[in-house]
Design a protein around this ligand. Structure first.
Ligand SMILES: [Zn+2]
Ligand SMILES: [Zn+2]
Length: 154
């Protein structure tokens, strides 16, 4: 799902407002990282953000990207997907949404569904800890991978 320019700019201004409030210095590098994350629709990991920002700003360090992303996370401006060795990915979409995960290429795409948003929390889940939200993961093969497979099979 493509992100509108307006929506992206709105996210950036939220990031900047929050940074000002918490005394985080807004350097040109940080601003570029904000921009990258705000417009990201593919749920990038640290490396992906770093690679992309570096093409526009060669002096940026992985450490700066890493710390800026975690600052965004700690400020509640982006959420994390996954954990551990597989690599943490960042999600700038703060609206209630769910994910379509491609088992072939690993892409994660957002989708919206009001029924899933209002799912009742299973008692068993509540017994495991303090629930903060529900995110449904639908798994399969994405359209791009299906198209590729069809081409290869032809
Ligand atoms: Zn795929
Ligand atoms: Zn998402």
């Amino acid at each position: 799902m493509a992100l509108s320019l307006e929506e992206g700019e709105e996210r950036i201004s939220t990031f900047v407002t929050m940074a000002r409030k918490s005394g985080l210095r807004i350097t040109p590098q940080r601003l570029e990282i904000f921009r990258e994350v705000a417009f990201a629709t593919e749920h990038p990991d640290v490396e992906a953000v770093f690679a992309s920002v570096r093409t526009r700003m060669p002096t940026v360090s992985l450490d700066t990207v890493y710390r800026t992303l975690w600052w965004l996370k700690d400020s509640g401006l982006v959420s994390l997907i996954g954990a551990g060795k597989g690599g943490t990915r960042f999600d700038p979409n703060t609206k209630a949404h769910h994910h379509f995960v491609c088992l072939r290429c690993g892409s994660i795409q957002d989708f919206y569904d009001s029924c899933l948003d209002s799912l009742e929390i299973p008692t068993q889940a509540e017994l495991l800890g303090a629930v903060q939200g529900v995110n449904v993961e639908v798994r399969g093969e994405c359209k791009l991978c299906l198209a590729k497979a069809a081409l290869e099979g032809a």
